[in-house]
Design a protein around this ligand. Sequence first.
Ligand SMILES: NC(=O)c1ccc[n+]([C@@H]2O[C@H](COP(=O)([O-])OP(=O)(O)OC[C@H]3O[C@@H](n4cnc5c(N)ncnc54)[C@H](OP(=O)(O)O)[C@@H]3O)[C@@H](O)[C@H]2O)c1
Length: 245
Amino acid sequence: MTVIPPVGLGTWKLWCTFHKKSLVRTACSQSLKALKLDYLDLYLIHWPMGFKPGKDNMPLDHTGMVIPSNTDFLETWEAMEELVIEGLVKAIGVSNFNHEQLERLLNKQNLRIKPITNQIECHPYLSQKRLISFCQARDVSVTAYRPLGGSSEGVDLIDDPVIKRIAKKHGKSPAQILIRFQIQRNVIVIPKSVTPHRIQENIQVLDFELTEQDMNDIFSLEKNLRLATFPTTENHKDYPFHIEY
Ligand SMILES: NC(=O)c1ccc[n+]([C@@H]2O[C@H](COP(=O)([O-])OP(=O)(O)OC[C@H]3O[C@@H](n4cnc5c(N)ncnc54)[C@H](OP(=O)(O)O)[C@@H]3O)[C@@H](O)[C@H]2O)c1
């Protein structure tokens, strides 16, 4: 008899319409089934905000704003912990949590499993210094999403003259500089590409080092420019971006 070992892979996120405690397992099982996996390496609460459950992923009212659920992310977290205990996921974390929300979670009574990471938007135009210090001081790793500035119109980090100058100096591409910048801050970085030669390029970031001056020059690009703002959720009680960090 051949024994097939359990197969697991990657990071997945719990969407906001599944924050109700009883729905967390359903969402995770659906993802496992769709991915044909036995477990996930990492499962994150995608946003601190719960939305009205149902088929519609983005339930909106007549004014075009999101319809919330009456859930609290502390309850959602309890169901996330159960997934680890059951073996459906190896590790759990959060995404788009501000420092107050993360603190509230870390201070939760009977917390069984700490969030392993907070996945947040982070690049030189939104360097997230305060939130990163806050997380790292509490042993919660930080994962930088949209590290290359994504593909938003009008925002071209890859073409920033400072990034291009530093790239030329090191004989590297601008994308490699943006990725290396995060690595040198002890931030996990997840650039996305569907282009094979770029995927290769984005991995070649361990054979050079940015100087302190390079790092400072990159930090000087700060614009507090958030690309993932999610405007239809601004009225939500748990909208994370009303406070500074
Ligand atoms: N937690 C959250 O709320 C959240 C929100 C947004 C994103 N994310 C995650 O973060 C990851 C990355 O974010 P993202 O896709 O928004 O932005 P990103 O990685 O900053 O940028 C992706 C864009 O950069 C291009 N690119 C990739 N490598 C390049 C290179 N070497 N040179 C030039 N261009 C390059 C890609 O083009 P091609 O693909 O055409 O090569 C794509 O247009 C994804 O895994 C995503 O799931 C999480």
